[in-house]
Design a protein around this ligand. Structure first.
Ligand code: SF4
Ligand code: SF4
Length: 451
């Protein structure tokens, strides 16, 4: 590792940067590598989510600065910003910034204009679209020489370089709220506070999704939930909405229904984005195996599932959910995704004809009425209290390093990476006093304190 790469990795680790668009993989680990291409994932492909687009429009300079730092660190001579061609305004802003040789320091950075399909932001799909390479099944883009990071992560990298930890998060609020908004709030802001900023729910019988309608999760109790570093949006939908019902379905019942109703049409496999890249993921076979006794080896394929939800929300004519079945099987399996065999890494010749246009997906999900441009909200009121999750990232949860009653400053480390473990630091996003610490989170009450 070169000295400058070591310095960047250390600063990113110290700042607690994690992948802001997915499961929260600690970014410093990703940067400790060599690659020939850096790719910004600006697909924002989940229906109704738009925080990354907003950030690219308002903080493009920081994002390009972060991109340059990563290029230098991993030794990549070229980089791309992947963004959908439909975002003409954002594209114009980025093209103008990239034309500035002082900002780019004459690095080779281009824009990759994406088509408007879901899941265009799946790392495996994006890498294939932008570079023609196929990431091995169960593998990561680095294995084909590509570092992928989303726009918010790149922004956080630029801030980390200046010594600023991750304390804020951009997200948008959509659905049954009075005023759909896109806003930047302290990490740990109560979900109820963000919903108030959006004018509140329009009806009382709603559920809230943390993330998008395809891959997000329904919050069990929104009044006790907080914005994490990976919260890209909050979607509010009526309880009876099919998107909500699909997410709260009982898995045991789903397994029983699958045994009776799966007609083995194999549409789930034909339209699976990972299968189209030659990965050995055939959800129809996994569904068939549920009717067989014992643990059939085909179930190992579930480890290759990205949980994009195409099979459930788009493909299956019987209303079944291979995605939920895969998720349940994953929890039982003890092997690693890279140990699943049978890959045939070649893009299916019909891939382009099997794309799922986002507009049509919105219609299928019955979400078209919520597809409105959110109002940007500058300087929102801060919450009185924040809840800082210790384990909302890949790896070991952070270890609390503060105690109840202690005074903390904005940006102070409150959770440390356990020794020799993969993980991410947690920082206080407000100045105040610690009022509770447990294994899940640290609560900090905002307070003007003398430090
Ligand atoms: S959720 Fe379904 S469509 Fe998506 S990767 Fe998994 S099996 Fe394939
Ligand atoms: S699409 Fe539905 S019915 Fe067809 S094989 Fe897949 S799970 Fe079974």
């Amino acid at each position: 590792m070169t000295q400058s790469q070591h310095l960047l990795v250390e600063k990113i680790r110290a700042a607690g940067v994690v992948g802001a668009g997915g499961a929260g993989f600690p970014t410093h680990v990703k940067m400790n590598a060599k690659a020939d291409t850096v790719l910004i994932n600006g697909a924002s492909c989940e229906p109704l989510l738009c925080a990354d687009i907003h950030l690219m429009e308002t903080c493009g300079q920081d994002i390009i600065k972060g991109l340059g730092l990563v290029m230098d660190a991993v030794g990549a001579p070229g980089a791309m910003i992947g963004i959908k061609a439909k975002h003409e305004h954002t594209l114009a802003i980025l093209e103008k910034l990239l034309a500035d040789p002082i900002l780019t320091e004459k690095r080779r950075i281009s824009i990759f204009k994406m088509k408007d399909f879901y899941p265009g932001g799946d790392e495996h799909v994006l890498v294939n679209e932008a570079t023609g390479r196929i990431v091995p099944q169960g593998g990561i883009p680095l294995e084909v020489g590509v570092v992928v990071s989303n726009a918010e992560s790149m922004f956080n990298i630029a801030k980390a370089w200046d010594g600023k930890p991750v304390t804020h998060r951009t997200l948008n609020v959509a659905g049954e709220v009075v005023r759909p908004i896109v806003v930047r709030v302290p990490v740990g802001t109560p979900v109820s506070h963000v919903l108030k900023l959006a004018g509140g729910m329009k009806r009382p019988d709603c559920r809230v999704i943390d993330g998008g309608p395809m891959m997000g999760r329904v919050l069990d109790n929104p009044t006790a939930a907080y914005v994490s570093k990976t919260t890209s949006g909050l979607i509010v939908l009526p309880r009876e909405h099919n998107v909500i019902q699909g997410k709260i379905a009982d898995i045991e019942r789903l397994m029983r229904v699958t045994r009776l109703a799966c007609c083995q049409c194999s549409l789930c496999t034909d339209l699976c984005p990972r299968n189209q890249l030659g990965h050995n993921l055939q959800p129809h076979l996994i569904m068939r195996s549920l009717a067989l006794p014992g643990d059939h080896p085909v179930r190992e394929q579930a480890l290759l599932c990205s949980e994009c939800g195409i099979c459930e929300k788009w493909a299956c004519p019987m209303g079944l959910s291979p995605r939920e079945v895969n998720r349940a099987i994953k929890q039982q399996l003890k092997i690693r995704p890279s140990e699943v065999g049978g890959a045939n890494l070649a893009r299916h010749p019909y891939t382009d004809f099997r794309r799922v246009p986002v507009k049509r997906l919105l219609g299928r999900l019955d979400l078209l009425q919520y597809d409105v441009h959110p109002a940007p909200m500058a300087d929102p009121a801060d919450p009185d209290q924040v809840g800082l999750y210790l384990g909302r990232h890949i790896g070991a949860p952070a270890k609390p390093v503060v105690a109840k009653g202690e005074v903390v400053t904005l940006g102070q480390v409150v959770g440390e990476i356990p020794e020799k473990a993969l993980g991410a630091r947690v920082h206080s996003s407000v100045q105040g006093r610690v009022i509770a610490v447990d294994s899940e989170k640290i609560l900090v009450k905002k307070e003007k304190v003398n430090v």
